[in-house]
Design a protein around this ligand. Structure first.
Ligand SMILES: [Zn+2]
Ligand SMILES: [Zn+2]
Length: 365
């Protein structure tokens, strides 16, 4: 048997045995993760007993029904394997795998994609037409997102491995890219493409909900030549991290911004970010806005000619560029990690009330 970290209920995680993964298709690989990050989204069910309130919200129509297709009709019903950020070693490959070898270090994207369907070819890898049965196909979200299990496991199977697994460039410390599978890639799409179209633009980050994404976004914005990068958060520790990246910790938005990142994961934050934009600005919202009818100030957006971007991040499509950037620049993403814990301590460490958890153990190769 192999061990996999399971979410049982709010505040409670445990190792559970599961069948060892094996090659089921020639395109599969089996990987052994040795660094795992905790996605900001995982803290939603871990830190708060949201399941019952979400069931009620779905029943009365206050929460959008699509939520049930991702989290199940009883949202976050344990036990299920958790974790969808990791750096892993390849331990076995199927006969049709040509681009990978045993011992290779790879980032595994959070969403499962084939690489060859129309959506994948258009860069919408998290909306892969081959792997998705309902809304998403992903590791660590429970059975509604497929049979993949979580990434905090002794080993796990990855389909379409030549496409899915992205090699870590030589010399990049694995802990630096612990969140490349998801949160670091999510932050990338919030600031890098908008800044490419608005050179030297000013950036506002409303942080504290999607805690690590806001900080990665602050660091990436500075590293991509943004004008002032203003970071708003109640937490002094996170403000310090943002300032260490060269952002400015402010108590409220000051002026108008070309780029905004809504990482409070709240509707008021969303409205605040939108109303802080300069003409032609773009706000990317990375939180969960579960309500059926989240109010958005459309007339204000019309009058200011602003854009709101929401949507899952397509980590697989972004990873080559992201990893190359980290390799070239030494971008110190590990600064966001506030707790680095031993792999065996995952049941307690993964529940810690801190900004970003990374688990690690020695690689075998
Ligand atoms: Zn996530
Ligand atoms: Zn696909």
């Amino acid at each position: 048997m192999t061990r996999a970290l399971h979410f049982l209920r709010s505040g409670r995680l445990a190792w559970r045995d599961r069948e060892p993964p094996r090659i089921e298709d020639g395109r599969d690989a089996v990987v052994r993760p040795f660094v795992a990050g905790r996605c900001d989204g995982d803290t939603v069910p871990i830190h708060r007993p949201v399941s019952r309130a979400m069931q009620l919200g779905l029943a009365i129509g206050a929460i959008d029904p699509v939520v049930a297709s991702i989290c199940g009709s009883v949202p976050f019903k344990g036990p299920f394997g958790i974790g969808h950020e990791c750096v892993a070693e390849v331990v076995a490959v199927g006969a049709a795998v040509t681009a990978l070898h045993v011992g290779q270090r790879v980032v595994v994207p959070w969403a499962v994609s084939c690489g060859s369907c129309g959506h994948c070819r258009n860069g919408l890898t998290s909306k892969c037409a081959t792997t998705i049965r309902s809304t998403l196909a992903a590791f660590g979200f429970g059975p509604a997102c497929g049979p993949w299990g979580g990434m905090v496991a002794d080993e796990f199977r990855v389909p379409f491995a030549d496409h899915m697994l992205v090699p870590v460039p030589a010399g990049v410390p694995p802990l630096r890219v612990a969140a490349a599978s998801d949160n670091l890639a999510d932050a990338w799409r919030c600031v890098v493409p908008p800044l490419a179209a608005r050179e030297g633009g000013s950036v506002l980050i409303l942080g504290g909900g999607a805690k690590s994404i806001g900080l990665y976004a602050a660091g990436l914005a500075v590293a991509h030549g943004a004008g002032p990068v203003d970071y708003v958060d109640d937490d002094a520790g996170r403000r310090d991290i943002a300032e260490s990246f060269g952002a400015r910790a402010v108590t409220r938005p000051e002026g108008r911004y070309d780029v905004a990142v809504e990482a409070t994961s709240s509707a008021p934050g969303l409205r605040r970010a939108i109303r802080s934009l300069a003409p032609g600005g773009v706000c990317t919202a990375v939180g969960y806005y579960l309500a059926t009818g989240t109010r958005v100030p459309l007339m204000h957006m019309y009058a200011t000619d602003t854009t709101l971007r929401v949507g899952v991040s397509h980590a697989r499509a972004l990873l080559p560029e992201l990893l190359d950037f980290v390799h070239r620049t030494g971008f110190p993403a590990e600064r966001v990690t506030t707790l680095t814990a031993d792999w065996d301590d995952a049941p307690t460490a993964y529940a810690a009330k801190t900004t970003k958890v990374a688990l690690c153990r020695d690689p075998v190769h």
